[in-house]
Structures are given as structure tokens and as C-alpha cells.
Design a protein around this ligand. Structure first.
Ligand code: TYD
Length: 136
């Protein structure tokens, strides 16, 4: 089964006079969470990403600011997503090429399925496109 990137809506508790809480219950997540990390202070002229992963699945959340994420699956399917609200996340499946740009105040939380492992990265776009399903 080929899974495509998709927006996940998190519950939002509260109101505008009090403020809000959003949360991710493990029962509602599409994978078992192994680690969480966050990126911030990314200059607006910097593009991050430029890789896909063999095994890693991630959910990106803009806990502050906004993030524009361009994705491409191996079959050529492309999408552009804008994360601009802390109650939304983007599920990035395995073998999904991604490129991200950030507003100056963006803080990106990444909910990840496995440990950091450089050998899980495909950082060469041509190699990503050439990788056949049968080779995976
Ligand atoms: P990378 O995953 O390429 O970040 P992004 O997709 O946001 O551009 O990681 C950037 C650099 O940080 C790269 O050299 C690998 C390193 N890194 C670690 O050392 N440990 C980690 O847990 C992560 C996620 C990245």
C-alpha cells in the first residue's frame, strides 16, 4: 500500500479568552512514536529537507509560525502543504521527498517513528526517483 502525505487535525481544547491545548494521543497516531525533536530559527531564505527516508515516518507540526512543505512521492505525485496552526500536522510517509521553507518565527516539531540514522536518508533526488518499489 502506498501512503500519501496527509494533514492530521489534532484536538483543540479551550477558547480564545483562555487559550488552547492541542494533543496527540498515541492511539490516534499512525505509527509508534520513538522520538520528538524541533527545529527553529531557520532563516527565511533557507530551504530545509531535500531528502526522503527508507523507514522513517514523521508528523511535522508548526507549533509557532508557518511552514510551507512541498512533497513528492516516487510515482511523481506532488503536493504543497501550509502548516500555519498548532492544531494541524503533516504526516510524511516513507519514501516521500520533502522540501520545507519557514517563516522567521516558525518552530517545527517533528514526531518521529524511529531513531536518527543517516543510512535511512536518501539525499540524492535522482537516486530517490530511480529507487524502484521492488528494490525496497
Ligand atoms: P535533517 O534531517 O537533514 O534536517 P532537515 O530535514 O530539517 O533539513 O538534519 C539536519 C542535520 O542534522 C543533518 O546533518 C543530520 C543532523 N541530525 C542529527 O545529527 N540528529 C538528528 O536527530 C537529526 C534529525 C538530524
Amino acid at each position: 500500500m502506498i501512503v500519501t502525505p496527509a494533514i492530521i487535525k489534532f484536538p483543540k481544547i479551550g477558547n480564545s479568552s483562555l487559550g488552547y491545548i492541542s494533543l496527540a494521543e498515541k492511539e490516534n497516531l499512525p505509527f509508534t512514536v520513538n522520538r520528538i525533536y524541533w527545529t527553529y530559527f531557520t532563516p527565511e531564505d533557507v530551504e530545509r529537507g531535500g531528502h526522503s527516508h527508507l523507514e522513517l515516518e514523521q508528523i511535522l507540526v508548526a507549533v509557532a509560525g508557518s511552514i510551507t512543505i512541498r512533497t513528492e512521492m516516487q510515482n511523481g505525485e506532488k503536493h504543497t502543504f501550509i502548516l500555519d496552526s498548532p492544531d494541524k500536522g503533516l504526516l510524511i510517509p516513507k519514501l516521500c521527498w520533502r522540501e520545507m521553507k519557514y517563516s522567521h518565527n516558525a518552530v517545527q516539531m517533528c514526531i518521529a517513528s524511529i531513531a536518527y540514522d543517516e543510512s535511512d536518508y536518501i539525499r540524492d533526488y535522482e537516486a530517490f526517483k530511480k529507487l524502484t518499489y521492488s528494490a525496497i
